[in-house]
Design a protein around this ligand. Structure first.
Ligand code: MG
Length: 380
């Protein structure tokens, strides 16, 4: 259904006339010309476990895997369906079981207005703490649904300019030289590469990548370095090798060492594993120069927007990242990318069984789909 047809069937004003409709959003025009919102119907939540197959083993400083469990969610209201997703990388501690437990414990049928996202998220927060990915799967589906009901892409509802999406990076995991070569070739549409470091062979890894490309590079150590003097030495080396920033160089518990490093490092230090939500931002504002914000860490778009504004107010750089996810969650995160300094939105490209289509990367930039909601569509 295109936008015009959608508006027709959802009871919006088209050409100054309220079209009669089989489905109503509950927005009525009263005799004094003011819109009166009378939501009706109920929210129906559905969910299905799914396992992402990774194109290459995803190897970080501390782990390696070939699959990622996700939960695909749908919220239906008056015949319109919003899509969401929870991605559960092992380090966050969520799984198919925990997300199923959380989603089966909430009752969205008690809500009759899908636009009351703050209220719904507050209700979920009161049911159980934590469970950020599970909550993100509901948050994303609600934003997709609200956008579809309003007939507008989420980025427009947030007031953001889709022409302002920053360049985004493609991740090169730790691997043998042959596979690294293959990954650099796969990253051709990207103008920036993100290199995973944190093992003994870091310099070798950097030299292999640098020999293959002149593109700017991001470094992500995933907490892999233990010694702050080594981290400082590496930071100087990476600066010389054309790196832009250094992400989570040391274990998050070593925040005093990371603050020491930040004072001396020629590269900005970005917090990822250490900074999950707004509380962490306030706690670590003097430890990191910026933050990698991910929907699965902070519970969805609602939490991410709050983090973006707090980070900016604290003078921190903002990066929008993702886990290994389908195009559903990645395209949802991308809606906020016009607010970011950098993006790392490649999770969907690291998997071979993406059931959705959404954002595109053209000339290294995120191109947001010009469709209502998050703009994702299910592949047939
Ligand atoms: Mg990271």
């Amino acid at each position: 259904m295109n936008k015009r047809e959608f508006l027709k069937y959802s009871g919006y004003l088209v050409g100054g006339t309220l079209i009669s409709k089989p489905f109503s959003t509950g927005i009525k025009i009263s005799s004094d010309g003011k819109k009166k919102k009378k939501p009706h119907g109920e929210l129906i939540l559905r969910y299905k476990p799914y396992t992402l197959q990774l194109k290459h083993a995803f190897t970080l400083a501390t782990s390696s895997r070939t699959t990622t469990p996700v939960m695909l969610t749908e919220i239906e209201y008056g015949g319109v369906t919003g899509y969401g997703e929870a991605s559960m990388p092992p380090y966050l501690g969520e799984s198919h079981d925990t997300v199923t437990r959380f989603l089966s414990s909430i009752d969205l049928s008690r809500f009759s207005d899908p636009f009351l996202i703050e209220d719904i998220l507050e209700y979920m927060g009161g049911i159980m703490s934590g469970n950020y990915a599970a909550k993100a799967s509901v948050d994303i589906a609600l934003h997709d649904l609200a956008g579809k009901l309003a007939g507008e892409p989420c980025f427009r509802l947030f007031g953001l300019n889709p022409a302002k999406t920053p360049l985004t990076s493609f991740t090169i995991g730790l691997d043998v030289p042959e596979i690294i070569k293959q990954k650099v070739a796969e990253a051709e549409p990207y103008k920036i590469l993100k290199v995973k470091l944190g093992r003994d062979s870091d310099r070798e890894m950097v030299e292999i990548v640098r020999a293959l490309t002149d593109k700017p590079l991001f470094a992500d150590v995933n907490q892999g370095w233990e010694d702050r003097h080594y981290a400082l030495e590496m930071s100087k080396y990476l600066k010389e090798m054309g790196f832009v920033f250094l992400e989570q160089p040391m274990p998050k518990e070593k925040y005093e060492d990371i603050a020491w490093l930040k004072e001396r490092s020629p590269l900005p230090i970005i917090g990822d594993e250490a900074i999950q939500d707004v509380k962490d931002l306030l706690k670590y504002k003097d430890v990191y120069s910026g933050v990698n914000i991910k929907l699965m860490k902070c519970g969805g778009l609602n939490g991410a927007i709050k983090m973006i504004h707090v980070a900016k107010a604290l003078g921190m750089k903002v990066m929008i990242g993702c886990m290994t996810e389908t195009s559903c969650a990645v395209t949802a995160a991308a809606q906020l990318s016009p607010l970011a300094d950098w993006c790392d939105l490649d999770g969907n490209l690291l998997i071979s069984n993406d059931p959705f289509e959404g954002l595109k990367i053209i000339d290294g930039r995120v191109i947001l789909p010009d469709r209502p909601g998050t703009g994702v569509i299910k592949k047939s």
